[in-house]
Design a binder for this molecule. Sequence first.
Ligand code: ADP
Ligand code: MG
Length: 316
Amino acid sequence: MRYTAPAPVAAPVLQVEKLVKRYRDVVALDGVSLQIGAGEIFALLGPNGAGKTTLIGAVCGLVKKTSGRIHLFGTDLDVDALGPRFQVGLVPQEVNFDPFFTVTESLRIQLGYYGRLPDEARIAEVLEALDLTAKANAQTRALSGGMKRRLLIAKALVHRPKLVFLDEPTAGVDVELRRDLWTYVRQLRAQGTTVVLTTHYLEEAEELADRVGIINEGRLLLVEDKRALLQRMGKKRLVVSFERPVARLPEAFTGGSVLSEDGKGLVYTERPGHPRAAEVLHALYASGLPVQEVETRASKLEDVLIEVLHGREVAP
Ligand SMILES: Nc1ncnc2c1ncn2[C@@H]1O[C@H](COP(=O)(O)OP(=O)(O)O)[C@@H](O)[C@H]1O
Ligand SMILES: [Mg+2]
């Protein structure tokens, strides 16, 4: 598969160069190079086991890299492993707090980990933002799944990190929390925070991301501006149903249109070099075919991801 070298980024807060991580015979990261720019929302996408969590772990100090270099805020982590990481927040994939502390206590402790003084005003602010104020004095083990997620996010943000990693933050959460989180991530960006997000919900990346990276088997396959990517690889599709079966399509439709087996419908997929969906639609009505209903559908990030993972990427 073709490897697209990611373009350099202005004012990178994170620079990863040829990062390799091996677990015995598993190559979790196979020479990943990537830059994350200040203030962007970057979505890292890829199937289970692709290496997303390992990459985040290597940056955050939870995974020991095999080789390669990582610069955080311009500092080489081999030179100073701790200083730059104080400015980073992580919402981990797995719940990781002590069940016997209260919500407020666990945020105080978190501030301590990051070398900050207790700051009750900041704690109150974060609790409010994540709708946890009513649970401030509850023990964390008594929280519902959704509330635990909210607390994980609060913990990752309480020390005002400049760079935040959200590793599958909405896996298994309800729609309301997902919406809240999206709003909150946008607020973070408005405040200048850089956000790196991994997610299974392509809808989430489509909604939030400025740039997208696609990783598979430890290799970055593509890094690109989300809009540019959707424009480059996205296809428009026309789904037409007929009032009665059509035996065969007029000549004009043979390129790119597919008649269903029962003759009751047609699908046209727009491709570079072929007529635009709108032109086909026009011709369709002009042809006198018994059109009943027409539906247009633009492809989503999900379609693009599948194409890239199957090596069917269209060259830029
Ligand atoms: N602690 C570990 N020991 C051995 N193999 C691991 C460990 N952590 C992750 N892996 C392997 O590394 C690969 C990447 O995993 P991971 O980074 O968790 O992927 P993702 O987050 O994209 O699902 C997988 O093959 C996984 O099984
Ligand atoms: Mg993971």
